[in-house]
Design a protein around this ligand. Sequence first.
Ligand code: PLP
Length: 400
Amino acid sequence: MNIQEQFAQFVLSTYARTPLVITRGKGSRVWDAEGRCYLDFVQGIATNTIGHCHPRWVQAVSAQAATLVHTCNLYYTANQGMLAQRLVEKAGPGKIFFCNSGAEANEGLIKLARLHGQKLAGGSEGQRHKVVCAQNAFHGRTFGGMSATPQEKVQHGFRPMLDGFAFGEFNKLSSFEKLVDDSTAAVLIEPIQGESGITPATAEFMQGLRKLCTERGVLLLADEIQCGYGRTGRFFACEGYGVKPDAIAMAKGIAGGFPMGAFWVAEPYADLFQPGSHGTTFGGTPLACAAALAVLDVMEEERLVENAAKMGSVLSDGLKDLVAKYPDKLDGVRGIGLHLALVSSKYNLKLIDALRANGLIAVPGGNGAVRLLPALNVSEDEVHQALDIIGKTLSSAKLA
Ligand SMILES: *Cc1c(COP(=O)(O)O)cnc(C)c1O
């Protein structure tokens, strides 16, 4: 039985998988079972922040694995305290909760919204619990995440959703102004919508949401699971908008490919959580935190937030040239920093297959996106190689 047959027989078929078996990775490259090499501009969907198997990361994870892996959160471990402190130094005064995935981080934000709403309602449970999210958002596959994700392909088959979610039009402040009322506890927003194809919020929208939330006493919750962690050329995407949210969900990039999620809660709200009000067995293990600390060390030493901004503009300039050259095949470029999509509303899926045949892997996204999400330590050479492959593919491939 080959690997694909084994999956067909034994793994739940919840994914439309690409016919590619990846066997190893190094930096911005991966190899398949036949030994073919690919430039990896997927990186586990914006997850391998410092590329595959960075020596510092491998060293830190190996050493920690040989020392202490898991204790559960009944005890103190040094790595979790250290990582929390370093994240608070980036996000601002407040506190961190560690979990294991993005969906779990968003569950935490939704629970924070409930606690906040209850406090606003003088302790009465359930009166003020509405969370206003955006159309085309993606917040994960748990019931909280799905309920915040108004997409048929996510919710179909699983209704009823959780009560108390409403959806405004992304980048249309007036639509949020109508929905934020006396029953609202929070607004939950991706500063750049990722799964739906890398659509950045406008500055007016993000700043307007901040003002609206402050005026009406509701929390502004940022889902930075995909767009955060240095990818936009700022540590948090919200920084680029000059906006300070009340809480931030992180996951994908935080531990460089090791499963981890986290959320930061700003100081005045951090104490809404009390002993017993939230928990997880695995969150913030010494091993996961060692991986995350290695990511932060490498990001700082190799100045990767800056590199994301620089390489992002090289990549995006190159893509814009290709859009000008192939107007019949391409519609544009969206995104900020290294959170980018080449847009081809007619051919994005075919283009991704053709790119793979030529040695570059990319991720599809909504609204015609070919998402390009390289590691933040991608080199200028590698960006040019990717652009060459995209150019060559567009000049030769019959996409229609
Ligand atoms: C990936 C993603 C999630 C879900 O994260 P998981 O780790 O898959 O649970 C939530 N929100 C956004 C914006 C994401 O990109």
